[in-house]
Design a binder for this molecule. Sequence first.
Ligand SMILES: [Zn+2]
Length: 483
Amino acid sequence: MTSSHMSRRTVLKGATAASALAATSRELLAQSSTQGTRRPAPLPPRREFVIRGATVLTMDPNIADLPSGDVHVRDGAIVAVGARLNARGARAIEGRGMIAMPGFIDTHWHLWTSLFRPFVRADVDAVGYFPVSARLGQLMTPEDSYRSVRLGVAEALSAGVTTVHNWAHNVRSPEHADAELSAMRDSGIRGRFAYGPAQGMPDDQVMDHAGLARIKRDWMPNDGMLTLGICSRNVGAMSIGGGARGTLTIDMVKKDWGGARALGLPITVHTSGPSPIMQLEDAGLLGPDLQLVHPLLTTPEEREILKKRGVSYSTAPTGEARRPAAVGVIQLGELLEAGVKASLSTDHTTNYNCDPFVAMRVLFALHQHRIGNKIPLTVKRLVQLATIDGAVDLGIADKTGSLTPGKRADIILVRTTDINMTPVGDPYEALVSMAQPVNVDTVVADGRILRQAGKFTALDHARVVREARDAAMALRDKAKWPA
Ligand SMILES: [Zn+2]
């Protein structure tokens, strides 16, 4: 199904088929907006090009890194990786002074909260991330969701993230779900949409499986960029986030997850508090289609079980490092030692920014601080966690996560000639210890060049900013914030 078919299907309600079919998909998309303002610029085409002379980090164990290599891309796919490739006719992109690597894969991010920056304080609990998002989230229109997700995706792309797991635990209506998916599609990023219950939904109410099935029908499969799953409310007693995100009994978990699994969809759930792993194991609910988030309080026995069941764990170090030690420390070293699948995530950007380099840096620092060489953790291993391991976590390692011929072309170029990077030595050391999002020069997703020379090629930066701000201010008025 093409993207124009998808947008057509989602807006047919209320329009006659004849008139709908006569309109272009972009016009239809605008009609579907609550404010009639959605007219995304078309995404750049997938052209043929070859990156020349870059430091190529393939993240593929079978393809060696190249100190000076080329990456040839055609029709959205990687055709070849090597030195001095013969790619006649392909447009050359200068790679000298750059690291060419797979785009980062962010495996847990609540993009719908991106608008809340004016309201959230890192140092004032009463207006922390949880109370603000729980309160304002209940006032959001589909257009707010669209703008918030688009803002978050714009930041992701700016930081070199080419795949995002959109953890959407505020699907307030079918239109909210369509809006979030539209924002992802319109931005050109790859990702999974994890459909979740709305903020404030009663714990004894089963999630909307009919709505989920409708999304699957209308949006999946698509051009390969978007996949679908669910995000679950919390399981058992929670010490972080409180009631804002629900706390389900095992009986309710069986109902929510059972409906998703009946549709063949994967599941993600936060474990922000006493570990629910033994409860889930006893209920037979653990499996390779499950991702847990925030590895803080697992026991050695639980980690053995996670490995055996093929469950993955996403760590969001920038936020987790701010939590009191009483609710656990980031157990990356323990997970890796036990052989549990792990990946990296941003979580949200309300009181810090998206920065995969800082995520790796924080993890490295905390690992050295607490564990050190008892469990070796290399800088290369951290880059793997931020790329190929994220693809494994999301079940799309056949498509992305490494620079492998045949995979889709999700590639970033990181400048090594900037002041904070130069003179560059080991490229992995530079990425983990030195790099910042501002060094990300070029971002390619599925062969489309979405950013070049640090600027969007199609996305209207000024408009994204303006419309996000307008939506945030309207939400503030609606909530009579901060009253
Ligand atoms: Zn989260």
